[in-house]
Structures are given as C-alpha cells and as structure tokens.
Design a protein around this ligand. Structure first.
Ligand SMILES: Nc1ncnc2c1ncn2[C@@H]1O[C@H](COP(=O)(O)OP(=O)(O)OP(=O)(O)O)[C@@H](O)[C@H]1O
Ligand SMILES: [Mg+2]
Length: 250
C-alpha cells in the first residue's frame, strides 16, 4: 500500500548544513502541525540526534546484524525483528527519531534485510510526516530509504563548486527514477549573497533558488558551546526565513 503521509528529504554536498536544516524542518513541523512526525537519520555517520539533542538507543543497521547472530532460541526471526525495529524508535519532544546506521552490503537480499524493510515500512505508516537527513554526495542516492519523496531539499553553499553538485543531484535523481514531487534548492551560509558565477550557472541550467539562508551567529554559538542547534532562538534569521518558506509549501 502506498504511504499516505508527506515525505521530506534533505541532501547536498558535504558540510553544507543538511543536518542543521533537517533539524529546523522538524522543529517547524513540531511547532506548527498536528500529526505524527518521524525523523530519519539516513547518514552512516549519523549525527542528527546531536542537532536534535537526543540520545540514540539502537540503530536499524545494528538490528540487522543482531538478527544474523542473536535471535533468542525459540523466537521466530520475524517476531524478533519486529520487536527490535520498534526498539529503534527514540522518542523526542513532539516527534520520534530512527537512525539507520550502517547500511546493508550492496545487493543484499538476505532475510534480515528483507524483514527489516518490511517492518520499517509498517513503522513509517504510523506517521503523517517523515523527514530524512541524508549522507553527503550522490553515491547513496540509489539507496534512499524510499523512492518517493514529496519535497526534496538540496542544500548548497554559495560557491560555484557546490551548486554544481546541485545540478548533478537533480540529474541523478531523474535518471534513477526517484519519484520526487518538488525540488527546492537552498543556498545556506550566504554571507554576501551568492557567487555571481554560481548564480549564472543555476540560471543557465534553469534551476531556481528557493531560499537563501544566512551565516547564522546563533548556529555558530550553539555549535561552539556544544548545544543542540535545534534549539536556537526563534529570532534567528535562519529559523524565520526557513519557517516562513515552509509555511508556503507544507
Ligand atoms: N547557516 C549557518 N551558519 C553558521 N553555521 C552553520 C550554518 N549552517 C550550518 N552550520 C554549521 O556548519 C557545520 C556543518 O553543518 P551540518 O552538519 O548541518 O552539515 P551537513 O551538510 O549535514 O554535513 P555532513 O555532510 O557532514 O553531514 C556545523 O558545524 C553547523 O553547525
Ligand atoms: Mg549531516
């Protein structure tokens, strides 16, 4: 059965602000929407929980491994994995979080993986919104948690190099037939607007910039102090601009 809620994914080059922005998208949903929200950390090097200020008990990757070796005697594998996937759900304030962890090996059709997928799908059905933070770059795109995404955010810094990745990601998403409702390009950490070259490149390729976010003092300060950037003050220009934008599209 097709998932009925709204799926949001955030992607882009390394270090451009994907996880920070994912956190602030989740915050928008928590503050403004009724409905159940699931945050998904799909980065192998997971750190969304730090941005959100949460502890993680168990990951999907670890669950898959456990199933190979540690199913209690007499317990059907199916029962075990159903129970373990539920254990991967971490409860936050107004949303839940799951961490995918280490991905399965390439072309892995083992029972553990198939069962994991089955119970993840059942889990996703409980939520009205799913927000996924993804790994940097493009290699992982073919193994996105899902091929259907309603809103796909590609984050870039204001440089020519970074916007080049934006175009490559859009092209790749189309070529591997991801089913994407809307693409949005976010330029993050724009101190003095966007590079002229980068702007021209986007224009030549008919790529619109949906949103420009500033270099943010609050984010930098929370970062320095090791505090979760999910909780920066609402007067932050990033929060204001991002949330205003989300109010238009969600
Ligand atoms: N607008 C901003 N102003 C100031 N600092 C920012 C801003 N956006 C992100 N940062 C900082 O930049 C660093 C990288 O951000 P983040 O982890 O969100 O990027 P990422 O794209 O998820 O990185 P990765 O590719 O490693 O997953 C963090 O220290 C974050 O706090
Ligand atoms: Mg990240």
């Amino acid at each position: 059965m097709k998932y009925k809620g709204i799926k949001i994914a955030v992607a882009g080059k390394g270090g451009v602000g994907k996880t920070t922005i994912t956190g602030l998208i989740i915050r928008y949903l928590v503050e403004n929407k009724k409905g159940k929200i699931l945050a998904v950390d799909a980065d192998t090097n997971s750190n969304l929980h730090e941005v959100l200020g949460m502890e993680v008990r168990e990951t999907i990757g670890n669950t898959r491994e456990l199933m190979r070796t540690e199913v209690p005697q007499g317990m059907p594998k199916e029962t075990f994995i159903e129970y373990k996937v539920m254990e991967c759900v971490n409860e936050g304030d107004g949303f839940d979080l799951i961490v995918m962890g280490t991905p399965e090996g390439q072309g892995c059709y083992c029972a553990a993986n198939t069962l994991c997928k089955k119970y993840i799908d059942i889990l996703l059905d409980n939520y009205d919104y799913i927000v996924m933070d993804n790994e940097a770059g493009m290699e992982h795109m073919s193994r996105l948690l899902t091929k259907d995404v309603d809103h796909f955010f590609i984050v870039s810094d204001p440089s020519r190099r970074s916007v080049n990745t934006v175009k490559r990601m859009i092209d790749l998403a189309k070529s591997i037939k991801l089913n994407i409702g809307n693409f949005y390009v976010i330029i993050n950490r724009a101190k003095n607007g966007i590079d002229k070259d980068a702007e021209n490149f986007l224009k030549e390729n008919n790529i619109d910039i949906s949103l420009i976010l500033p270099e943010d003092e609050y984010i930098a300060k929370f970062d320095r102090e090791g505090k979760p950037t999910y909780k920066i003050p609402a007067e932050s220009e990033t929060v204001k601009r991002l949330h205003q934008f989300l109010a238009k599209i969600l």
